[in-house]
Design a protein around this ligand. Structure first.
Ligand SMILES: C[C@H](N)C(=O)N[C@@H](CCC(=O)O)C(=O)O
Ligand SMILES: [Mg+2]
Length: 364
């Protein structure tokens, strides 16, 4: 099975509510979709969201990467030689992790089709069902409490609550959410880099004193402030997860070795795909750490790839794969099935994605 063409499209999906974090606001999801075509007629699907605030990438850069260096690296390559494909992909440019993830996901899809096994089976499937959290955007405390109640009515038992815009309001926000959902719901907080290290410790202590009872706090301080992360981790009353601070296996190893965080949030869009995400899970196993598997604001193609990975590694104990659940529609046919907080893994060969409605060709 040989790669004969790369076709690049955009996918627009309306959101249930605007997605608001300390880093950005998004009113509609628009992602890049890659179709990898082969001489056997098989097609592999990939997806990449433009998360400029985190990876530096835009729709334009992702399309240019796929049309330029990634096309040159992958054209005419044999899918049987999957590691050769990854070497070519890694060597074709520095950084640009979402573009590379998009290609990596499509390559795994094709490799599974070639071997007539699901991606999870190829990776060593350990389970077939996951339970994800649901993200609550930053807003005023009343709106966040209402959104949290709606999430609980949809069956979610874990909420990931965004914080960090006007940090002085954060304790009120989290108290309102806790009050609305009661004590049986797990609450994670994600400040998306908004706090200083001292502020993070004092906010988290205050929240715990008020009985908000958080499960963990994600990325309290700036991504490149690993000393600050270590400062917070050493003093925080709850576990700290590194998200924007952890893209590569090298960064993960530094974080584990120096205890800059208690766990890392792996996202395919930061690692450059499944093949590097696996290196981080190997390191987590070496250091006896656990991982969260997260996503950006993504539709079901790339989140489905993350589901295959999460079902294959037991060190992944926390699931934040709610991208498709934040969307008002699902234009992606096949792949994992999302039912409330439960995600059921596809057993079809490859990733299981069959068709995507509403794709359009980029005009740039
Ligand atoms: C969507 C997911 N639950 C999430 O919150 N992901 C990111 C933010 C991604 C984005 O801005 O697209 C996170 O910080 O964990
Ligand atoms: Mg995060």
């Amino acid at each position: 099975m040989k790669i004969t063409d790369l076709k690049i499209y955009l996918l627009d999906v309306p959101l249930r509510t605007p997605f608001i974090t300390a880093l950005r606001r998004v009113d509609q999801l628009t992602d890049v979709i890659l179709e990898l075509h082969t001489d056997t007629g098989n097609v592999g699907y990939g997806e990449a969201p433009p998360t400029k605030a985190i990876t530096g990438e835009t729709l334009e850069t992702i399309c240019a990467d796929l049309n330029g260096p990634i096309r040159s690296a992958l054209m005419k390559r044999e899918i049987e030689d999957l590691s050769g494909c990854f070497r070519a992909l890694d060597a074709c440019m520095e950084h640009h992790t979402s573009s590379k993830a998009c290609a990596d996901i499509a390559l795994y899809d094709l490799y599974g089709q070639l071997k007539e096994k699901s991606v999870a089976e190829i990776l060593g499937r350990k389970r077939e069902m996951l339970e994800t959290d649901l993200t609550i955007s930053v807003n005023d405390p009343e709106t966040m409490a209402e959104d949290a109640e709606k999430g609980i009515r949809r069956g979610f038992r874990t909420l990931k609550v965004k914080a960090g815009i006007d940090p002085e309001l954060d304790t009120k926000r989290l108290a309102a959410v806790r009050n609305a959902v009661g004590s049986n719901i797990a609450i994670r907080i994600d400040a998306n880099q908004a706090w200083t290290p001292e502020q993070a410790v004092s906010i988290l202590e205050e929240m715990q004193k008020k009985g908000i009872n958080l499960e963990l706090a994600e990325q309290p301080v700036k991504a490149d402030d690993l000393d600050g992360m270590a400062f917070v981790t050493a003093r925080s009353p709850i576990p700290i997860a590194a998200d924007e601070s952890c893209f590569s296996p090298d960064q993960a190893e530094y974080i584990f070795r120096n205890h800059c965080a208690d766990l890392v949030n792996i996202k395919l869009m930061k690692t450059g795909g499944i093949h590097h995400a696996l290196e981080i899970t190997d390191l987590a196993e070496k250091y006896g750490a656990s991982c969260m598997l997260g996503c950006m604001l993504e539709a079901k193609v790339s989140v489905n790839a993350a589901v295959h990975l999460a079902c294959s590694r037991t060190c992944i104990t926390k699931i934040d794969l709610d991208g498709p659940l934040l969307c008002a529609e699902d234009p992606v046919h096949g792949g994992s099935v999302f039912k409330g907080p439960e995600i059921y893994l596809s057993r079809e060969p490859g990733s299981g994605i069959r068709k995507i409605d509403g794709l359009h060709v980029p005009e740039f």
